[in-house]
Ligand binder design. Structure first.
Ligand SMILES: Cc1cc2nc3c(=O)[nH]c(=O)nc-3n(C[C@H](O)[C@H](O)[C@H](O)COP(=O)(O)O)c2cc1C
Length: 327
């Protein structure tokens, strides 16, 4: 059974990838994920603020930290001074011990000096970079154009400073998702990861405090990912990596049928343990054997929206069927 696939121009033994999270910040765990059949690993992100902190510490340069406010103070006080050095040590250690691709990850939100450091990810040995663009239009003064300009500026600058493949991880909130994703895919990036999950907030009514909502996904969250993978996989010019809500081998199969190049898992590894990666791979192979498929490309994208399809009509038809079934 051939589950090899190409992602970001890299050769993978499996389309199932360990997504960026705390589990991927530990080389022993990365090794276990490789042994359980992960096609690649995406390391836990380093934050833009950590990079800025490092730039300031190392160069004594006057860095404008106004953008960072409280978060910068947090980083300055709580993050070890050598956080970037530690990150690059993680990359080189992972590269030494793993034979699958190691993808570095940066969590960023602004077009800032941190971009000058991106080339160090290449020096450290990353096979590719996933840029988690944690940009939410929460300010009433920010327009959709402002947000898009930030994306464009970051991608253009990053492309000039690094030679390795770049993947952009985006959140699910765009006013014009299909158009925006298509335009991003035309900017010379190799991949789009849909979707990132931003921190969800909750309120503690006893302490009268804002607190974090549960961090892990639930299986129902896959449906939004699935819809957009189906719509975007043939409308974009780069690989699509499906992320959020994937728990079972059949979830993986659905994302591939919708056209995903790869499928990322995080919450399911936290809940079921690292060996769940093996269960996902075995289940994918079993499904392929049951259906008589011998390679991923024989069925990938079979249920994607086709380039000449009228997507609105396609969605409307699904919508009508949905309500017809409810009766
Ligand atoms: C504990 C935890 C830590 C995470 N850390 C990161 C991170 O450092 N960088 C990142 O891009 N995403 C991070 N994520 C988001 C995941 O990569 C993923 O996008 C999200 O959990 C949705 O996938 P899932 O439904 O498989 O969990 C984290 C998620 C969790 C649960």
């Amino acid at each position: 059974m051939d589950t090899t696939t190409k992602y970001l121009g890299l050769q993978l033994n499996s389309p199932i990838i360990a997504g960026s999270c705390g589990l991927t910040a530990d080389v022993d765990k990365l090794e276990k994920l490789e042994q359980a059949g992960a096609g690649a690993v995406i390391l836990k992100s380093i934050f833009e603020e950590q990079i800025m902190h490092d730039i300031r510490r190392n160069t004594q340069a006057v860095v404008d930290t106004d953008n960072y406010g409280i978060s910068y103070e947090y980083i300055a006080q709580h993050v070890a001074d050598d956080s970037l050095a530690k990150y690059f040590k993680l990359v080189s250690e992972a590269k030494k011990r793993l034979s699958i691709p190691v993808i570095g990850s940066i969590n960023c939100f602004s077009y800032e000096n941190w971009l000058t450091y991106a080339s160090k990810f290449v020096d450290a040995g990353c096979d590719a970079i996933e840029l988690n663009m944690a940009i939410m239009a929460t300010e009433t003064s920010t327009s959709a154009d402002d947000v898009e300009r930030t994306y464009t500026n970051i991608i253009n600058t990053l492309r000039k400073s690094v030679s390795i493949p770049i993947s952009i991880k985006v959140g699910p909130y765009f006013t014009d998702m299909a158009k925006s994703m298509q335009q991003l895919s035309w900017m010379g990036i190799q991949g789009l990861t849909i979707f990132n999950k931003s921190m969800q907030m909750d309120i503690d009514v006893d302490k009268l405090e804002v607190v974090n909502a549960p961090k892990l996904s639930n299986p129902d969250e896959k449906y939004n990912t699935l819809r957009w993978v189906a719509i975007l996989s043939k409308a974009t010019r780069c690989d699509i990596s499906a992320s959020t809500g994937v728990f079972t081998p059949i979830d993986v199969v659905k994302m591939l049928l919708a056209g995903a190049g790869t499928v990322q898992v995080v919450s399911s590894l936290y809940i079921n343990g690292l060996d769940h990666m093996r269960t996902l791979n075995d289940g994918l192979k079993q499904w392929m054997a049951d259906k008589g498929y011998t390679s991923i490309d024989q069925f990938r994208g079979k249920l994607a929206v086709k380039p000449n399809d009228n997507t609105s009509l396609w969605m409307r038809t699904q919508f009508m069927k949905y309500f017809a079934e409810i009766g």
